[in-house]
Design a protein around this ligand. Structure first.
Ligand code: NAP
Ligand code: GDD
Length: 355
């Protein structure tokens, strides 16, 4: 039985990746932070239910990627075949408020894990969650050869992590790969990222619980894909014969304004009645236009996105309406049944087909 260690297991991607690996008969170990409130909601359905037959293959360990000692112990004790390093301070706007913390966790965190692998002497494969944000102001479409022009402390920290991953691959022969992922979203997306902020607010407005939605720059364009498609790419990268770096995205870009239009019109509402601009959400530097050229991934790991922009918006709107107790138009649910079958759900219920 292959063994994987996931840092950031409680995040959006960590939860979907855990579902994927458990469905492929992995033993999964996850690093979680001690918090005074619950931080395991996204994986609760996987380890709390003793009847689903998978709890005995999922193990959680307390730790922090800012702490070298616990990482060395953990890696040595677990002896994983694969490490998916997803933990990060992942919010770009927040990185301007917490630049040093972001550098430590998002940048040095990667180095700490690579060092732990090197010192342990284990033959572990390593995945680094690199980001399209590293491209910053470089012209689209961006691919593996595009020069990085990071525009935030977050992007600079990710660029550092990208390079140390390559250094350890070249210098020490570690199987270490960078997945340069463009924005990917889902009903489990953190509530302060713009897509989820919009779909949650839409549901709250429809339920009469919220009057306005306050946003920043509506002109920024992003290449938004569906998170479960993207965690499959992470796994594929680590199954190759040799480590490499890959851009993962949909090849389509849309503005925040277009996301609003698509989401509100899906439920027959006019977004302009409900959206207000708040300066607070503007960033000192903005990344204007990200759009992936994922042709290398298509060719080498045979990866392609299955859920594109319009369907992604519908999936997220349906989910937030239903989570708010409202009826949804249901197109999103149909799309998921068509593309992903039953191996994951947007709610945190028992996942069918695992075990
Ligand atoms: P996310 O939902 O924000 O999850 C981040 C995870 O990191 C959470 O589990 C969080 O734990 C954990 N974490 C944060 N600081 C930590 C620390 N000091 N020690 C240990 N764990 C820590 O992020 P995501 O969207 O799943 O993204 C996963 C990774 O991919 C991140 O590295 C992100 O930067 C990168 N990425 C994301 C995207 C995207 O569009 N989603 C695109 C490119 C790259 P808590 O739950 O306790 O907070
Ligand atoms: N969060 C947020 N909140 N963003 C807003 C808002 C708002 O109220 N209003 C406008 N935006 C704009 C931001 O200025 C940005 O241009 C765009 O919406 C997307 O912002 P986010 O959803 O916060 O994502 P991001 O692109 O900055 O970063 C995400 O994607 C990266 C990959 O490109 C994160 O997931 C990063 O961790 C990831 O690396």
């Amino acid at each position: 039985m292959p063994k994987a260690l996931i840092t950031g297991i409680t995040g959006q991607d960590g939860s979907y990746l855990t579902e994927l690996l458990l469905s492929q008969e992995y033993e999964v170990h996850g690093l979680i932070r001690k918090a005074s409130t619950f931080n395991t909601q996204r994986i609760e359905h996987l380890y709390r239910d003793p009847h689903n037959g998978i709890s005995n293959r999922l193990f959680l360990h307390y730790g922090d990627v800012a702490n070298t000692g616990n990482l060395v112990d953990l890696i040595y004790n677990v002896q994983p075949d694969e490490i998916y390093h997803l933990a990060a301070q992942s919010h770009v706007r927040v990185s301007f408020d917490l630049p040093l913390y972001t550098g430590d966790v998002t940048g040095l965190g990667t180095l700490r894990i690579l060092e732990a692998i090197r010192k342990s002497g284990l033959n572990t494969r390593f995945y680094q969650a690199s980001s399209s944000e590293m491209f910053g102001s470089a012209s689209p479409p961006q691919n593996e050869d595009t020069q990085f022009e990071p525009q935030s402390p977050y992007a600079a920290a990710k660029a550092y992590a990208y390079w140390v991953t390559r250094n350890y691959r070249q210098g020490y022969g570690i199987f270490a790969s960078n997945g340069i992922l463009f924005n990917h979203e889902s009903p489990r997306r953190g509530e302060t990222f713009v897509t989820r902020k919009i779909t949650r607010a839409l549901a709250a407005i429809k339920a009469g619980k919220q009057q306005y939605l306050y946003l920043g720059n509506l002109d920024a364009k992003r290449d938004w894909g569906y998170a479960p498609d993207y965690v499959a790419a992470m796994w594929k990268m680590l199954q190759l014969d040799a480590p490499d770096d890959f851009v993962i995205g949909t090849g389509e870009a849309h503005s925040v304004r277009e996301f609003l239009e698509e989401a509100f019109s899906y439920v027959g509402m006019d977004w302009q009645e409900f959206v207000r601009i708040d300066e607070r959400y503007f960033r000192p530097n903005e990344v204007d236009y990200l759009m992936a050229d994922y042709s290398k991934a298509k060719k080498v790991i045979e990866w392609e996105p299955r859920v594109m922009f319009r369907d992604l918006v519908r999936v997220m709107v349906d989910a937030d309406l239903e989570m708010t107790g409202l009826e949804s138009p249901g197109q999103g649910r149909k799309i998921l049944e068509q593309h992903h079958g039953a191996w994951h759900r947007w709610d945190s219920q028992v996942v069918e087909g695992l075990g």
